[in-house]
Design a protein around this ligand. Sequence first.
Ligand SMILES: C[S@@+](CC[C@H](N)C(=O)[O-])C[C@H]1O[C@@H](n2cnc3c(N)ncnc32)[C@H](O)[C@@H]1O
Length: 431
Amino acid sequence: ETQRYAAVLDAVIARAGLLRAEKKLRPHLARVLVYELLLGKGFRGAGGRWKPLLSRHQARLKAELARLKVRQGVSRNEDLLEAGSRPGPVSQVPRFVRVNTLKTCCGDAIDYFKRQGFSYQGQASSLEDLRALKGKHFLLDPLLPELLVFPAQTDLHEHPLYLAGHLILQDKASCLPATLLAPPPGSHVIDACAAPGNKTSHLAALLKNQGKIFAFDLDAKRLASMATLLARAGVSCCELAEVDFLTVSPTDQRYDRVQYILLDPSCSGSGMLSRPLEEQGSGTPSQERLRALAGFQQWALCHALSFPSLQRLVYSTCSLCQEENEDVVRDALQQNPGFRLAPVLPSWPHRGLSTFPGAEHCLRASPETTLTGGFFIAVFERAEVLSSASQAEALAPELAPSPAPKRKRRRRKADVQAAGAGAAAEATCGK
Ligand SMILES: C[S@@+](CC[C@H](N)C(=O)[O-])C[C@H]1O[C@@H](n2cnc3c(N)ncnc32)[C@H](O)[C@@H]1O
């Protein structure tokens, strides 16, 4: 019975904050106890030391169960099972698969799946096509190149192409930061908070392994799994460092040529998909935690914007909270008047909250609006004109014409490069 009600119990436990308040209570035991308390026959003299603990939370737990019933529009406990089994927006998010172009190409990956009995439906023309995917059908995403889309429940974790690093299982929203940063091959890029490295491997694919990625992270364990991921993905242009990004000196000459920075800092994760429980966004972070996270994000963003050769920066989070998103971006723009927001993907349906002029250039994502996890992205670009030959050369020395082009031409080239991915993606969007 406890298993049957697991999703209901987890939802009630999460909303009542039981595990946060009682650190010693393990999740599976919490389920059994809360089942007995709310849905079973009560402790009836049993319950031992857990009984007084549960009694302290009884009122809140009962209230959350009642609220859940109101939200689902049901009156009996059993009806919650029925309502819970209806597919919610989170469980309708398709399985996105990025083809790793360092190891293979889209055509070969598609052929492999076809040989395995999957049926390729061509490029989708709208989100509705993705929503309608079923069985062994798959599509190419309407917006992002090299992104295959399978029905929501498709599990490819044991697929040989995934195990060989030819495929990266990565949500569409999480593919946007590297796509919108769009560093051309040969450029130098910083991935400031890089582990476990899905976006780093995407950057390396865009660079075609030419140029350099300086990837930083504080967490040794996450860096170790990142090293494995990058090796499997065939990434050879990345220098990994166990370093606090805030201590990386922008004037160190190693970073002289860094024109692109991806900043995907630690965040509350309030937009992350939690497929089994349909509990996305339910664990609302406390104001105190949000303040601490936003303080770090703000600091890291302003630090990144101080790299002297920087031309373009993507700031992203998997948070839904304004404090970590629009507020951080607004403050960074106020403190860095030399930068502005790039107007990317104008047809993307979900925009930044209108909390400051220009916030509509930010992108938001969610299961309901974009069929992805919850996400936020802002693209910063330097507002001033490129002013020296060395900057143009630093953009992509192997590709830079010689002699250096005139100032006006250089500016156009940089604009085109900066807009390239967005424009290319835009061209296929909503067809
Ligand atoms: C959201 S995750 C990054 C995910 C990664 N970009 C990806 O796509 O796989 C945030 C990372 O920032 C790291 N981090 C937190 N504070 C940091 C700091 N001061 N300097 C460098 N990395 C930091 C965390 O260890 C964590 O791995």
